[in-house]
Structures are given as C-alpha cells and as structure tokens.
Design a protein around this ligand. Sequence first.
Ligand code: SOE
Length: 381
Amino acid sequence: MKKLRIGLIGYGFMGRAHSNAYRKVGNFFDVEHECVLQAVCARDAAKAKEFAARWGYQSVETDWRKLIARDDIDVVDICVPNNLHAEISIAAAKAGKMILCEKPLAMDGGEGKKMVAAVEKAKVPNMVWYNYRRIPAVTLAKQLIDEGRLGKIFHYRAKFLQDWTISADLPQGGTGLWRLDVKAAGSGVTGDLLAHCIDTALWLNGGIATVNAMTETFIKQRKHTLTGKVEKVGIDDACAFLARFNNGALATFESTRYARGHKALYTFEINGEHASIFWDLHDLHRLQYFDHRDEGLVRGWRSIHVSDGDQPYMKHWWVPGLQIGYEHSFIHQVADFLKGIETGKPAGPTFRDALETQHVCDAVLASAKTDAWQKVKTSAK
Ligand code: SOE
C-alpha cells in the first residue's frame, strides 16, 4: 500500500474526529493508501504530545510552518480556528501539499477566492470537511433526488439549533470558545452551523440565487478569555433567512445557539412534485420519505432505516439492520478523498465547492446588515 503521511494542525474536537477517520478507513474500505499519522502540530507542546500519544502520531510540531516545510508530510489537515485557514492553506499549497481544511473554508469569500486560486495553481488535491454529506441517509437523499424521484423541487427547509451559549457568563475567545470571537470565527451561527445546511442544500438542490436574512446578537458583551476584558460580541447568535434557488425552489434556513433544549438539531425537508424527504441529525440513520405515487391505501411517510448493504456506504460496515453514527461520516469522507486521488476524479466538496457556500454566507450577512435581498456570487468557473 502507498503511504499517505498526515500532518494534523490542531487537536480539538475535529482533530479527534479526523484522526479516528484516518485510523479506521483502511479497516473498512478498499483503498490503495495507508494513512500514516506522521505529525500533529499545536502551540502547546505538552498537549500536542499527549494527543500524539493517545492517537498514535509519530511526532509533534509546535509551529505549523515547520510542519508544512517537512518533506515527510503529504497531507496537511487544518483543524484550527477559521482565521488561520487561509494563511495555512495558501502556504501548504505552495509547498505542494494535499489539503483537507475544516469548515467553513474561510472568514469570507475574498479570502476563500485566494485559497481556491492557490490550490488550483499548485494543482494539489483539496477538500473541505462538510461531513454531513456523508451520513448515509443524507447521501441516500441525494441519490433519490438525482434519480428524479421527487420531480420538480418546490421547497427546501433547513435548520440547525443549539443552546450552548445562552449564559451571559460564558466568555468569548480562546481554546474551545473561539467560535464566539468574531476575530477568530468570522461570524457566528452563519459560518459555523448554517454553512453545513448551505453545503448540503447546494449539493442536493443546486445553486442559490438570492437571500434575505435577519441576524441577532442576544448577548452584546462578553469577557474575552485572552484579554480578560469585557468586549463587544461581534458574532451573530442567531440567523434566519429566506432564499430562492436557481431551480425556482423557495427556501427557509434558521440557526441559533439559543434554542433551549436543542444541542445539535440539524434537520432538512425537501418537497417535490411527486415526493418529499425529511432528515434529522438526532435520528441520523433514518430518512423519512413520502411518495405520492404509492397506492392510496398504504400511502404515507416511510421511515427508511438506512442500514442495508444496498444503501450508501453501508456495505462497508456491519450486517443489515445495524446502524452507524456521526464519526462514520468522517471515515466516509477520508475514503472518498482517497478514492478521488486514486482515480483522478476529485471528491467534493473541493475548495471551489466550499467557496460557493462562503458566497451564500457572505450574502446572508450582507442582507442582514442592509435589510435587503442580496444576490449570491458564484464560484463556478
Ligand atoms: C458547534 O458547536 C459545532 O461543533 C460545529 O462547529 C460543527 O461544525 C457542527 O457539526 C456541530 O456543532
């Protein structure tokens, strides 16, 4: 097997999800590459060493530039706050590395465009970790839509609800809380959570033409973990927007970190002329499907338990009826990335695909600021 030597930058929640995927992929998928956990990089040497020992990384770096300069690294995996994605990606592309970057691609479309230019100029394989595409039930939704089972799509409805930032005492900034600091995150729920909903939506239903949004920052000031001072909060705590797709479908998107009782409720529903589908992250192995063409006597919503070998990805796992979970979406993403480099047919979302999501996020934030409909730029060549 060919070795693919991974250099991971950052060791948080995503560092663990990705490391798990690299370790497992070869056990379950027939891939030509063996992922080697070559180095993990983080500023805190002690924590990086602890992470390396737990996950089996062979070495540790404390400066990402040194990691990128190493010629025993093939893939740079970026799992650090959003404000570092562009600089690291561009440097890694110049060094000829393959790049896997956490979502969202960038702080905004301007930065994203430079990142796309860098990876395309260097011709390095690249991908962004929008993992929800690879939950088997979501991939099945894509298959059903592409087969034309829904017919013309009229409506797309998505939401991503959480409740972890309701306390006014929660500080902003620093490890674990950088998502609340606009300088590190770029935006709040729009870039963090709606970006997932938008990526899935673009994949399932094509491009978005226009948006009209509202955002709110419920807690206006929070203590900053790094400065110790109470500072203005610059992120959006909640965002809701209307959208029109290029295919004529109407959409609503909503996200908040203030929906008491909801921890990660990502749902979408799509209504077409013949059929509808509904998916819920809390029940991620099921796809709800209604087909009007069914015989009237038994017509109704079917709850498809996506666990059979005929269904996306499932033949690689256990036996029919036994389900898989969240972490498997990352394993599927690595498997598809490897297949992409082995076949020369890159798996999405590439940086260019993710730039499309970035443009929607930019238009959403601009609309909320201007109180007006905004056109979405396209990243298509
Ligand atoms: C935020 O809480 C978060 O961890 C996001 O950053 C992830 O992208 C999402 O999948 C789950 O929620």
